[in-house]
Design a protein around this ligand. Structure first.
Ligand SMILES: *[C@@H]1O[C@H](CO)[C@@H](O)[C@H](O)[C@H]1NC(C)=O
Ligand SMILES: *[C@@H]1O[C@H](CO)[C@@H](O)[C@H](O)[C@H]1NC(C)=O
Ligand SMILES: *[C@@H]1O[C@H](CO)[C@@H](O)[C@H](O)[C@H]1NC(C)=O
Ligand SMILES: *[C@@H]1O[C@H](CO)[C@@H](O)[C@H](O)[C@H]1NC(C)=O
Ligand SMILES: *[C@@H]1O[C@H](CO)[C@@H](O)[C@H](O)[C@H]1NC(C)=O
Ligand SMILES: *[C@@H]1O[C@H](CO)[C@@H](O)[C@H](O)[C@H]1NC(C)=O
Length: 690
């Protein structure tokens, strides 16, 4: 009897632990000796000092680092998920760390695979893609450390922790914070400060509760900052992988993991931060800015070289005229004539190139008129055909502030558009980077008024509304009298067509893309007005909407101008190269208009008709008191202004220097935009730092 009792006591004591002995536990105090126990993919690597670097400063990367072996997470008889616990030390070092712009974030993930096939970078954090986000067949749990606010994913700010189940729309989230020793108030924690942060994630399977705890030290605070009641049993599969995922978007950050411990059915060991490998001392942020800029410039040049190789190959194809082409309105030039005009598209005749294609100078053989020939390559014949049918209407647009389309020609995948030649090239080369000639205020004001009237004509003066979609100084050309003329109108549509809707692209240039455009992808006259606002500011200030080389507080032009305005010193924003020689009343009107047009809320922006009226002095500008980004903050309400500090621009870098015609157009794929995902555009938060 006693023996029996003893045996069952033994069983009671040892059985659970025997069964638990199947449980898993590991500790990486640095990853130097991790060997094959950790599987990396994407951009992830383990550096010489043993730090997992999930991504570097390069745009649109994703990186995964997972423990190589699958782990049994479920009791196979009951189907119940075990308790588990993990602790890890990480840090996020943004590319633009002086202004605290993150991109995009990282996550601890428990997933049925360690590859997460099909997952995307950017706001998808390397966890999902736009199709499978939220699908219950994903079977994953992630705890995200997100440094960009994505409105479509209902992010609460650009510095938050969220619990994600099958979706990057968090089931629970909170601004990053931590409890310090003996203090019951939650303290703010900046995820992208570059500091080493320790995180603990604990799941209690008896309570069905998941907790997230953060700290800047080695010891675990008594309270967690985020807790979610959830039974993970229906979500997990029996065997799962644990690891990390991170991604970058148009803004980038390096995401590091220094150490990691994990345990099933027990408390994971906290990490001793001082004993973990350390990052080399950070570089000066300015060096990084310039480095980043030149890297993207190099990347762009590489792309341009590939593009031109491709074009050269295409030139060898034949000129075939199909039936449908005969019905198109404006003059169809024979290919031979254009080839002759541009001397065989010689590089010497190249005026510039951008996302749409190369532009050559030419002289038409019969009439001796000078023309600009834009050569566009388009992969989709279908899209090209639909576009050509629109050339008929584009060709009929006539206005002294538009660059006139004279005719066109198609040759296989190449489309050649023939325009009036603009001897003075594009406006941007008179504004940015040490221009050879400084435009006077009178010239600038005339150009601004001209472009406003050209844009008004596109919006309202024609039988159908034409949306330009890519207003910027680089697309404003100067005729022999230094009148501003809008070029490239209607061209963006070329990229909108296409038989496959999922390949639809939204075209525009970063820094000029209205915030709503990044969500809906639908260009409107109001998104043109937004870009026009950026254009106004760049012409008056002589600076790009985003100037990566500027001081941090001057990075985003509209914010900087707004700042001057608030300080009652708006004229300080005027291009100093004017040497004070300008009409103050006109300058104030244009700067104020620039701010009004840059409003984040499309309803708040004036129409082009109103803009022209203000500029002509027909109507007096309202004394507005709202920052371009304040409207939504008020409207958002509740959450301390969900849209607060929404900055809508992004470094375009200086890669459009090459162009005398049209600068580097940024062509984003729909993926990028439909979900608001040029979310660097929705970069937030650094305003508060001032
Ligand atoms: C960043 O990572 C990518 C992908 O691994 C790599 O191609 C690139 O060279 C890296 N860039 C830098 C600056 O290390
Ligand atoms: C699974 O659950 C059953 C019933 O609660 C229990 O007896 C058994 O020990 C559990 N198995 C493991 C591996 O924990
Ligand atoms: C979820 O994913 C499964 C498998 O990939 C697929 O069959 C299903 O259609 C998806 N459901 C939704 C709503 O997209
Ligand atoms: C946790 O609570 C204990 C006792 O309540 C206290 O001594 C300790 O300092 C607390 N630790 C932290 C990190 O707050
Ligand atoms: C908790 O921290 C806050 C902010 O640092 C400080 O103001 C407050 O006095 C602290 N409270 C206690 C009890 O230490
Ligand atoms: C989660 O946190 C709450 C409050 O801090 C605590 O009562 C609970 O035990 C924690 N649960 C787990 C699974 O750690």
């Amino acid at each position: 009897m006693a023996k029996k009792l003893f045996l069952s006591l033994l069983a009671l004591i040892f059985l659970p632990s025997l069964l638990l002995s199947q449980s898993v536990e590991f500790l990486h105090a640095g990853f130097k000796d991790a060997g094959t126990t950790v599987t990396l993919n994407g951009a992830a690597e383990i550096d010489d000092s043993g730090i997992v670097k999930l991504t570097n400063d390069t745009q649109k990367l994703l990186g995964h680092a997972f423990q190589s072996n699958a782990i049994l997470f479920k009791n196979s008889t009951t189907g119940k998920v075990f308790s588990f616990s993990t602790a890890f030390a990480f840090s996020i070092v943004p590319q633009f760390n002086s202004v605290n712009l993150g991109g995009h974030g990282m996550a601890f993930a428990i997933s049925p695979t360690k590859e997460l096939k099909g997952a995307l970078s950017r706001q998808y954090l390397g966890l999902v893609n736009s199709n499978d986000n939220g699908n219950s067949s994903n079977h994953f749990l992630a705890v995200e450390f997100d440094t960009v606010q994505d409105f479509e994913f209902k992010d609460l700010n650009d510095n938050h922790v969220g619990i994600d189940i099958n979706s990057v729309i968090s089931s629970a989230s909170i601004p990053a914070g931590y409890f310090a020793d003996g203090n019951s108030t939650i303290l703010d924690l900046n995820l992208k400060s570059g500091s080493i942060i320790q995180a603990w994630i604990d799941y209690d399977s008896s309570k069905n509760q998941l907790n997230v705890t953060l700290s800047l030290s080695s010891s675990k605070p008594n309270s967690s900052i985020l807790s979610l009641d959830v039974d993970l049993s229906p979500i997990f599969e029996d065997y799962m992988y644990v690891g990390f995922s991170a991604s970058t978007g148009l803004l980038a950050a390096s995401h590091y993991v220094f150490g990691w411990s994990f345990k099933i059915n027990g408390q994971a060991q906290s990490l001793d931060l001082p004993s973990l490998p350390k990052l080399p001392l950070p570089q000066k942020s300015h060096v990084k800015l310039i480095l980043g800029t030149s890297i993207s410039a190099v990347a762009f040049m590489g792309f341009a070289v590939l593009l031109s190789l491709y074009i050269v190959r295409r030139i060898k194809n034949m000129d075939v005229i199909e039936d449908w082409e005969h019905s198109v309105g404006p003059h169809r030039f024979p290919y031979k004539e254009l080839k002759q005009a541009t001397r065989g598209f010689r590089d010497k005749e190249l005026l510039g190139f951008g996302g749409f294609g190369r532009v050559y100078k030419g002289t038409l053989p019969n009439s001796n008129t000078q023309v600009a020939v834009k050569r566009i390559n388009h992969e989709s014949k279908q899209g090209l055909r639909e576009f050509v049918s629109e050339i008929a209407s584009i060709g009929r647009l006539r206005h002294r502030n538009l660059v006139q389309l004279l005719g066109w020609c198609r040759r296989r995948g190449d489309l050649l558009l023939v325009y009036d030649f603009m001897p003075n090239g594009s406006l941007d080369k008179y504004l940015f980077d040490e221009p050879e000639m400084i435009l006077t205020w009178e010239q600038r004001f005339k150009i601004i008024k001209g472009v406003a009237s050209g844009l008004l004509y596109l919006h309202e003066g024609w039988e159908q509304t034409v949306i330009h979609r890519d207003i910027k100084a680089g697309n404003v050309l100067l005729d022999s009298e230094m009148n501003g003329r809008l070029g490239d109108f209607g061209l963006a549509k070329l990229y909108e067509h296409g038989s496959n809707p999922s390949t639809t692209r939204v075209v525009g240039t970063l820094g000029y893309l209205a915030p709503e455009l990044t969500k809906t992808g639908k260009p409107t006259t109001s998104s043109d007005v937004f870009a026009f606002g950026a254009f106004l500011l760049e012409v008056v200030c002589g600076r790009r909407p985003i100037e990566p080389k500027a001081l941090p507080e001057e990075l985003v032009l509209v914010d900087w101008v707004w700042d001057r305005w608030k300080k009652g010193a708006i004229l300080e924003a005027v291009d100093p190269r004017l040497g004070g020689l300008y009409d103050e009343v006109e300058a104030v009107v244009v700067l104020k208009l620039g701010l009004m047009c840059s409003s984040n809320s499309s309803e708040r922006r004036p129409s082009m008709r109103q803009v022209v009226r203000y500029m002509e002095g027909e109507v007096v500008l309202p004394d507005f008191a709202a920052a371009p980004n304040e409207y939504n903050a008020k409207k958002g309400g509740g959450h301390g202004g969900e849209f607060e500090d929404f900055v809508h621009s992004y470094p375009t870098s200086s890669f459009d220097k090459v162009s005398a015609w049209s600068s580097a157009d940024y062509v984003a794929d729909k993926d990028d935009l439909e979900a608001g995902s040029i979310s660097p555009l929705s970069v937030t938060g650094w305003k508060g730092k001032r």
